[in-house]
Design a protein around this ligand. Structure first.
Ligand SMILES: NC(=O)C1=CN([C@@H]2O[C@H](COP(=O)(O)OP(=O)(O)OC[C@H]3O[C@@H](n4cnc5c(N)ncnc54)[C@H](O)[C@@H]3O)[C@@H](O)[C@H]2O)C=CC1
Ligand SMILES: CC/C=C\C[C@H](O)/C=C/C=C\C=C\C=C\C(=O)[C@@H](O)C/C=C\CCC(=O)O
Length: 257
């Protein structure tokens, strides 16, 4: 799928992996609506992007993905400005084992909420033009990370939801591909603020701390490159792409027969 002229919505776009995804989509000719709960970061990124790509190519929308109302307003504004939505990247996420209900709300419930909102506009069965949805999961969506059980649960949920939606889309003719990206540790603010977010599990973070100490972390651009592959390669649907600092790998799962 060529990206020239395509319209993307990226959540958690103001910094980190979301910012890298946004920049790569823009470099490849897409227009992007950046949704983020951090107004300050979002507005200052918009100023940077205006200079690099032109004012008409992006829209910053202050949006907390926990709010159905704010997501609806953001989609309406995106459609009003750009006319269509072809790509959704559900990327916003937090890691906070103390505020575990909020972690479930943002990392999993909001992915479902935003996906269903996008379906209303993208589903070919209801007048949409199809497209692709890529969800930022994690390696913690493929196996257990003992220092963050709830984060692990949400990311397993994201992988399961993505794969089930891909199967539903194929069976029901939505014309939408669904894929998940599963990165290892990535150099972002999420990692730098990790130590005070693990609560009762903070003493179990030794593997994570070793990876960080050994500097075996991914750069955000490496994650964005893999995400671009999931967006542009039309053969990819229902995939979970693991990416770590020694390479990437499409995961295989048991199938129901
Ligand atoms: N950093 C890492 O090691 C890894 C991160 N991930 C996932 O990648 C995604 C992005 O994480 P990072 O870029 O590392 O984090 P980050 O903390 O640098 O950026 C997250 C962005 O999401 C926004 N956000 C948070 N809650 C929000 C909400 N309720 N509504 C709207 N926006 C919200 C923040 O304002 C921020 O701009 C997350 O889903 C995370 O779980 C996955 C694997 C590894
Ligand atoms: C504590 C959680 C922090 C961030 C959240 C993130 O979503 C979770 C990631 C979960 C697991 C990541 C594991 C990453 C592992 C690696 O990348 C290592 O295996 C290092 C990889 C290769 C090293 C090759 C070498 O030895 O040179």
């Amino acid at each position: 799928m060529a990206l020239n002229g395509k319209i993307a919505v990226v959540t958690g776009a103001a910094q980190g992996i979301g910012r890298a995804i946004t920049e790569l989509l823009l470099q490849n000719g897409a227009k992007v609506a950046l949704l983020d709960a951090n107004k300050t970061n979002g507005e200052s990124l918009k100023e940077v992007l205006d200079k690099l790509f032109g004012e008409q190519t992006t829209l910053f929308l202050h949006c907390n993905v926990e709010s159905e109302e704010q997501i609806k307003a953001a989609f309406q504004k995106t459609l009003g400005t750009f006319g269509r939505i072809d790509i959704l990247c559900n990327n916003a996420g937090i890691l906070n084992e103390e505020e575990w209900e909020k972690t479930i709300s943002i990392n999993l419930a909001a992915v479902v909420r935003t996906t269903y909102m996008a379906l209303e506009h993208m589903n070919k069965m209801t007048g949409g033009q199809g497209g692709v949805i890529v969800n930022t999961a994690s390696m913690a969506g493929l196996g257990p990370l003992k220092c963050c059980p709830v984060y692990t649960a949400t990311k397993h949920g994201v992988v399961g939801f993505t794969r089930a939606m891909a199967a539903a889309s194929t069976a029901a003719g939505y014309g939408i591909r669904f894929n998940a990206i599963c990165p290892g540790l990535v150099k972002t603010e999420m990692l730098s603020s990790l130590s005070n977010k693990l609560g009762q599990f903070s003493h179990l973070a030794e593997e994570t701390n070793t990876i960080i100490a050994d500097k075996k972390m991914l750069n955000v651009t490496e994650v964005a490159d893999c995400l671009l592959e999931l967006v542009t390669d039309e053969t990819k649907n229902g995939e979970a792409l693991q990416v770590r600092c020694n390479g990437k790998k499409y995961m295989t799962f048991p199938v129901f027969t």
